[in-house]
Design a binder for this molecule. Structure first.
Ligand code: ATP
Length: 219
């Protein structure tokens, strides 16, 4: 059966999550306390309900227990975000993803049971900064506070060299996990494999080491 999603809080972020899931043809229940916000979402997602998510009875009555994933996208009202997270977890939703305003908010959310805490502004800011350092950075995925994966399009400094010559592991402490080119994916690159024009390197490492690597091979 298809996963059931609910999104609580239809600000710019929650709305975008709900709309994208709906575009993927998932059924989405969107909840917001504002009449205007619920009206705006009504022709985009399957079910829209105007309710205060800090009202446990209201959430239970909506059958939230049966949802696989609930996204709590209330930003400004930190108290409402925390209370909602506690209630949704108590109801028994297996995966609760919550948007945090700041690190402290995020820590509290973890403590009260959020399965995943996201910081959209911080993460997007990081992505943009990485793109600015090197326009060859295609994507940037944070694995933990200290480790990430970057996808970097091969630059002139990389093309025509093999992994042995580049000695990325020893020199930069990073690991080239895979090399993509169009639809082709080499998930076990050999030391002798030449990096070609159009290749995208998927590199894992410590953030500081990755930064060193990115800056060195920026052009
Ligand atoms: P964004 O940056 O995504 O636009 P935001 O972080 O500024 O959003 P808010 O605008 O504070 O977040 O909240 C997002 C939505 O959550 C709003 O539409 C607001 O009406 C709704 N909301 C706030 N509190 C509650 C609540 N207790 N129950 C339901 N919805 C709520």
């Amino acid at each position: 059966m298809k996963k059931q999603f609910a999104v609580i809080g239809l600000g710019r972020f929650g709305f975008s999550v709900a709309k994208t899931l709906a575009n993927f043809d998932f059924e989405v229940l969107a909840i917001d306390s504002s009449e205007q916000r619920t009206q705006e979402a009504s022709n985009i997602v399957t079910h829209v309900v105007q309710a205060d998510s800090t009202d446990e009875e209201a959430l239970r009555a909506l059958g939230l227990r049966n949802f696989d994933v609930v996204v709590v996208a209330i930003g400004q009202d930190i108290q409402a975000s925390i209370l909602t997270t506690i209630i949704v977890k108590e109801i028994g939703v297996p995966k609760v993803v919550v948007k945090a305003q700041n690190e402290l908010h995020g820590k509290v959310l973890k403590k009260v049971g959020a399965d995943k805490v996201i910081y959209p502004e911080r993460d997007m800011g990081m992505r943009v900064a990485h793109h600015l350092v090197s326009s060859n950075i295609i994507d940037y995925i944070e694995l933990s506070d200290d480790y990430s994966i970057v996808e970097i399009a091969a630059t002139h400094a990389l093309i025509g060299k093999n992994l042995r010559q580049l000695d990325i592991r020893a020199k930069y402490g990073c690991n080239v996990m895979a090399v993509k080119n169009g639809d082709k994916m080499n998930i076990a690159p050999h030391a002798e494999d030449l990096i070609q024009e159009g290749d995208v390197l998927v590199v894992v490492g410590k953030n500081t080491d990755l930064q060193h690597f990115e800056v060195t091979f920026a052009e």
